[in-house]
Design a binder for this molecule. Structure first.
Ligand code: GLC
Length: 481
């Protein structure tokens, strides 16, 4: 099957979050399935262009019309990719080159990704890759299904489109003028893209595509409710007949405690005793905490954003630190209020708390390995990847039972059996506190059951093999195979 995957970010080239991780592993997993030909198209951001590791060859160039604008596009094929995925970077210095900051966040983001979505379709036409299916992701490539049906059908008579929602919070809103000024689609597309008098590209994608997926089964159900859908609950309900949830995997090549180059010691489920103990001691040293194998180390690697449940942690942190013999480590950057809260907490409990307000992938891996308990109380979480990373490294998660957290972390019983971690149902600090207490009780009182739980976490299959198979089933369904 010919599969085109279109996205605004993909590791290792450019990544701001989980979407980038998925765009590293999913194309690779699909390309390993016999008979598949996989193309991945990404913007040629300045930092990719300037990275000598990525060797490219220009294979095409053309102009993209966007309303009254005409914009250059150079198609740069990556020539030194190790696996069978063909990667094209789309080069345009105005949109992707001369932007010094993060990937997103510019005032003209809507125009940048409208350009990208259209240019992806042109690229496939120009290089002669006519896919059976296109898989596109989040608001940045949400115009693809609408453009395909309204303008490019002639080039792609049989191509089907799957639209995947990784996070419904970001929808690509603009004012109505954007339709004429930038998109200039046929008149009847107005209705597809209109949402309360504005343009909403995610809404357009949900209506235009052949299948909608999101990144966990629970999130797919949650999206029907206003609490989770950020205004799109009605639209989602109307599309529920074509909506499916597929839980992401994690990339076992990158996240593997047996080989991860960032770790001071390597281990697997059989050698967890020595390996993890060494990782814990080294981590305590690195964090400036007392080295002590017995004190439980609670860890969190996260963007410091409100929906990650940090308000709950702020609410219970002092109580927990005062009543329990624990250590706590937080790694991440984000909202100023949380950055200063955790800095303050470290100052107040220097022997117990380490707050690393920075972005550091190596330290993140050492935290997954050296921690005992992984906290992830997200208010909502479409899938979440770090709880799976943590489990794969033998660190037991405590999560809010929402979205992918609910699907990947079934709760254990009173004996710590028959599950993979601890969860709480309703979003409040006291229930979170209670879930942590239950985890600490097992850790402190039943070493054997704790070890068995860690081994279950490590040996559960979170690889991309299962989800890649599910994507294939849906692709086949779309093309009628
Ligand atoms: C988004 C979601 C996260 C998910 C990731 C990959 O970042 O917020 O839950 O794991 O996309 O699908």
């Amino acid at each position: 099957m010919k599969i085109a995957i279109l996205a605004s970010e993909g590791a290792p080239y450019a990544k701001s979050g989980g979407l980038g991780d998925v765009m590293e592993a999913l194309p690779a997993a699909l390309s390993r399935i016999e008979g598949n030909e996989v193309v991945l198209i990404l913007p040629y951001y300045k930092k990719i262009k300037e990275n000598p590791k990525y060797e490219v060859e220009q294979v095409a160039e053309f102009q993209v019309g966007l309303g009254w604008r005409t914009q250059y596009c150079g198609v740069m094929k990556l020539t030194n990719r190790a696996d069978d995925v063909t990667v094209y970077f789309l080069d345009n210095d105005y949109y992707f080159g001369a932007r010094p900051g993060a990937i997103y966040g510019d005032d003209d983001d809507n125009e940048r990704y409208a350009y990208f979505s259209k240019a992806c379709l042109d690229t496939m036409a120009v290089v002669g890759f006519i896919p059976d299916v296109i898989q596109c992701n989040d608001w940045q490539t949400a115009l693809v299904p609408t453009y395909l049906k309204a303008v490019y059908r002639g080039m792609f008579p049989n191509t089907k489109v799957m639209y995947t929602i990784h996070n419904i919070e970001y929808q690509g809103w603009s004012n109505a003028n954007f339709f004429d000024d930038v998109l200039r689609l046929p008149w009847d597309c107005r209705n597809t893209l209109d949402m309360n008098g504005s343009v909403n590209v995610m809404k357009g994608a949900i209506e235009s595509c052949d299948l909608v997926t999101t990144v966990s089964e629970t999130y797919a159900r949650e999206l029907m409710y206003p609490y989770y859908a950020h205004g799109l609950d009605g639209i989602i309900a109307g599309a529920s007949w074509k909506l499916t949830g597929i839980v992401n995997g994690i990339d076992y090549n990158t996240f593997n405690p047996e080989t991860d180059p960032a770790l001071p010691a390597h281990y697997n489920a059989d050698t967890i005793d020595e390996g993890k103990a060494m990782c814990k001691a080294e981590l305590q040293k690195e964090l400036g905490l007392p080295v002590n194998p017995d004190v439980p180390l609670l860890v969190m690697v996260t963007r410091l954003a409100g929906h990650k449940g940090l308000d709950l942690l702020c609410y219970i942190a002092r109580r927990l630190l005062n009543e329990e013999d624990i250590q706590m480590a937080i790694l991440g950057t984000g909202e100023a209020q949380y950055e200063s809260f955790f800095r303050g907490l470290e100052a107040e409990f220097p022997e117990k708390v380490a707050a690393k307000i920075t972005f550091n992938l190596g330290l993140a891996a050492r935290i997954y390995a050296g921690g005992d308990i992984y906290l992830m109380p997200s208010k909502s979480e479409p899938c979440g990847l770090s709880q799976m990373n943590a489990m794969h490294y033998g660190t037991v998660p405590v999560v809010h039972a929402t979205g992918g957290l609910k699907d990947t972390v079934p709760g254990v019983d009173d004996k710590g059996e028959n599950g993979l971690g601890y969860s709480f149902q309703s979003y409040n600090g006291d229930d979170f506190h209670n879930a942590i207490k239950r985890a600490l009780k097992l850790y402190n009182e039943d070493k054997e059951a704790w070890r068995a739980l860690q081994v279950r976490d490590m040996t559960t299959d979170f690889s991309w093999n299962v989800p890649a198979g599910r994507y294939m089933e849906l692709f086949k369904q779309m093309i009628g195979e």
